[in-house]
Design a protein around this ligand. Structure first.
Ligand code: ADP
Ligand code: MG
Length: 349
């Protein structure tokens, strides 16, 4: 029996991937792992921590995990008016605001990826995200006028933000600048949870928020974590491919879950900051591996903007592990960088 056909106790269906939770079975000493599940950032989270020999089971608690996630939201959620990001967004002025080191650090990481991707990734895309109805406030599925798009575009761009990291100050150079961390916050939350779990002395775990994840060490069966990349279709939930990975974070972006349909046309929640419009191409999903889940999360969105051609060229140039699924008339075409292949080689199902 190969590894794919092995009995699976639990399969998680989420945007971009499934986790095959194998080995969560009881043995004489009790369960081989702890599981923590809950809701955050408008989605779900799942954590599996393999029990060590020495750690007392009480060392990790659900309330500490939820507390940590609340802290992440208190900084980066555009759905909370009092969050650090909302305080910046709702302020219609150009004076500098004092921000936590964590906020400044993630903002700088977003800026680095903005530069790396030639502006395809841009968290100042907020006014456009809201205009197209993918932001915090409800909006009818309507196509905005070119005039409104132009107006929103005039407030988009990292050159409208000034960061003074030494003094923890962030300043908008235009009052209407609106920062949207949605494409990186889930990954950042995963990193925070992983660091927390490691600080408690555990090194074998899987942490996932809404499809963005990080795996370390081994699963409860003692082997690499088996992660399934989803078939990028909105009508079904099926596995495209299973990869065996460890000591790495993975994020998937796609146009097949969060979109609206208008007159038969699908409008994706990924916006091209150059045109001000949702991206439209044949790239169905992008999966990125990276040491940092935040970086993987942001890069996956960036590659969705770039499309498979420009995206593949950039991934090759920077030797990034990226896996593209490109829509064909019949099914999907796989495009995998050598760096991605190297990380999964010998373990592919
Ligand atoms: P996905 O898993 O498809 O990447 P995410 O929630 O991680 O979904 O990221 C998509 C979100 O990122 C959008 O809903 C929007 O808020 C924001 N976004 C859209 N376009 C961009 C962009 N070009 N750069 C940065 N963030 C973007
Ligand atoms: Mg993302």
């Amino acid at each position: 029996m190969n590894s794919v056909n092995r009995p699976v106790k639990n399969i998680l269906f989420l945007t971009g991937f499934f986790i095959l939770l194998i080995g969560l079975v009881s043995c004489e000493q009790g369960p081989a792992s702890f599981a923590f599940n809950g809701q955050t950032m408008g989605t779900t989270y799942h954590i599996t921590v393999v029990k060590g020999d020495k750690q007392p089971p009480s060392a990790l608690s659900q309330s500490e995990i939820d507390e940590l996630l609340l802290e992440v939201n208190a900084s980066f959620s555009t759905y909370i008016d009092s969050s650090e990001v909302s305080t910046l967004n709702l302020y219609k002025g150009i004076e500098g605001q004092s921000k936590t080191p964590e906020f400044v650090e993630l903002l700088e990481e977003a800026q680095r990826i903005n530069l790396l991707t030639g502006g395809a990734y841009d968290i100042t895309v907020g006014p456009l995200v809201n205009l197209w109805g993918f932001g915090p406030s409800f909006k009818e599925d309507d196509i905005p006028s070119n005039e409104l798009i132009e107006q929103a575009l005039s407030n988009v761009g990292f050159d409208s933000i000034s960061i003074d990291a030494d003094n923890g100050l962030v300043r908008k150079l235009k009052p209407e600048v609106y920062v949207d961390f949605s494409s990186i916050a889930k990954g950042y939350g995963v990193d925070q949870l992983a660091d927390f779990i490691e600080s408690k002395g555990y090194s074998n775990y899987m942490v996932e928020i809404g499809g963005e994840m990080r795996v370390n060490g081994h699963n409860p069966k003692g082997t690499r974590w088996r992660i399934a990349i989803e078939k990028p279709e909105s009508s079904t939930r099926a596995i495209h491919k299973i990869i065996h990975i460890t000591d790495i974070a993975m994020a998937t972006s796609g146009d097949y879950r969060n979109f609206f349909l208008k007159d038969g046309v699908r409008f994706s929640h990924t916006i091209n900051p150059k045109t001000g419009k949702p991206v439209r191409h044949n790239l169905a999903s992008v999966t990125v591996l990276n040491e940092s889940a935040a970086t993987a999360d942001a890069l996956a969105t960036a590659f969705m903007v770039l499309g498979e051609k420009k995206g593949y060229d950039l991934a090759m140039k920077r030797e990034l592990p990226v896996f593209f699924l490109v829509k064909q008339r019949d099914g999907f075409n796989e495009l995998m960088t050598p760096a991605f292949k190297n990380l999964i080689e010998d373990y592919e199902s």
